[in-house]
Design a protein around this ligand. Structure first.
Ligand SMILES: [Zn+2]
Length: 186
């Protein structure tokens, strides 16, 4: 088994599996090679299971995003048109309720996050891959970013707004993660 060993200021040996399925071991400075090897051997079963699980989950994630091809300009424009058609009415509805409206709305093919809010510029950026989510999860993302127009962080005031305007936000967040295997920031 291929293992990358990093020596650092730590008090104990630890294991980590990267998203690519690589095995990384952190060891305190001065740990003999033999001790590291024994540590890895002792955890072989765990490592193999964790690597298999990680690779399977990454594959699921790749398959998920592959369902919306965005390689060409035409594909991106079409996706943008479709998403815009869904999102505009949502923004109109919540703008009336919340008394706030983004001045700028744009779309990107981002996989690492569903949405982004530049509170100061009153701008919201949404991932085109939202098209792969159920409509209520898209709505959840829209409301989440609109709440950021009022509160930039994820503190208690932010969650109070979410409770008020989108009470099922926890469920929507869980469903979004379940569907996409994406531990995205938002
Ligand atoms: Zn957020």
């Amino acid at each position: 088994m291929e293992v990358q060993v990093t020596r650092r200021r730590t008090s104990r040996l630890s294991l980590r599996i990267t998203k690519k399925g690589e095995v990384h071991v952190s060891a305190p400075y001065g740990t003999p090679e033999r001790t590291v090897r024994e540590f890895v051997d002792k955890h072989t079963d765990w490592i193999q299971r964790a690597v298999a699980r990680t690779l399977a989950s990454e594959q699921t994630r790749r398959d998920f995003f592959a369902r919306l091809p965005l390689a060409t300009r035409a594909q991106r424009q079409e996706a943008e048109r479709r998403l815009d058609g869904l999102v505009r009415p949502m923004i109109d509805r919540y703008a009336t309720l919340m008394g706030v409206r983004p001045q700028f709305l744009y779309y990107r093919a981002t996989r690492s996050r569903w949405g982004l809010c530049h509170t100061g510029r009153c701008a919201i950026c949404l991932s085109l891959y939202l098209l792969l989510l159920p409509q209520w999860c898209i709505e959840h993302t829209v409301v989440h970013e609109m709440c950021h127009l009022l509160v930039p962080n994820h503190g208690p005031r932010f969650h109070a707004l979410m409770d008020r305007y989108f009470p099922r936000w926890r469920e929507a967040r869980a469903e979004t993660r379940r569907v996409s295997r994406m531990e995205a920031e938002d």
